[in-house]
Write a protein that binds this ligand. Sequence first.
Ligand SMILES: [Zn+2]
Length: 301
Amino acid sequence: MAAPSRSGSRARRRWVASAALAALALGLSACSQTTAVERTPAVERSEAESTTAVERSEAESTAVERSEAESKPPNAAPSPSPSGVPTYPSPTAAAAAAPSSAPAVSTDPANPLVVVNKRRPLAPIDFAPELVVPNVVTASGQQELLNPVTAHAAEQMFAAATADGAPMTLLSGYRSYATQVATYNGWVARQGQEAADVASARPGYSEHQTGFAFDIGDRSGACSLQPCFKDTKAALWVAAHAHEYGFIVRYPWWYHETTGYYYEPWHLRYIGVEAATHMHRRGVATLEEYLGLPAAPAYGG
Ligand SMILES: [Zn+2]
């Protein structure tokens, strides 16, 4: 296939960036936990703010160019189809990029290397981990829950970030199967399954149900769960240091066709110090690629 022209390439990048930001504004999020009723104002607001989102995507075109040049595998580029719907690489693309020394894949939901995505539900689907209350600052002032190993690592990471002048808050930790059932069913009842799958993780398919995942905010409260969070002190610190405590940013920029979710610089996942450091040093962006698993852009049906 011939290389796209400079102007065509820029237009495509802008289209993709606009689509990503629009999806973020509409709540295409692994972290969605609010009910359908609660989310309605946010959806309406996103429509009102769509112009701003497009303008922001223009401003961020430099970041997109950088990500293409530095980190995106050439076979992972989404491209707009004539219908305007992104096309995705074959499911084997991510597997082809897997390092030969990848750890064994686990389906044990209590294993830090378990992979939960749109093709890999929890087993059992209503799994509930052992849970503790981490000794960290929460945004709401209410207690959040994590599994013990993740809670311990989070306490160490939060303390180190504070010492470095980048204090963070815990926004949302463990989320039960029952909570996700209520949220997802609310969406299905209101708007049908197709819309529900865009707005909310299906029950049993959320990393938050493992106790290994949580969302953070900057202590200032700025840009919580918004794309601009990536520029906060907390986000910049996490991008540089989270691996030292066993965490990865699970849904990196530009890898939605692999992970199934658009960029979430606030969603951290514990996988252990060894694996997280290995990924960081090798520049492996996603857990799917690291473990040699197929991309999971959408539910299998
Ligand atoms: Zn999350």
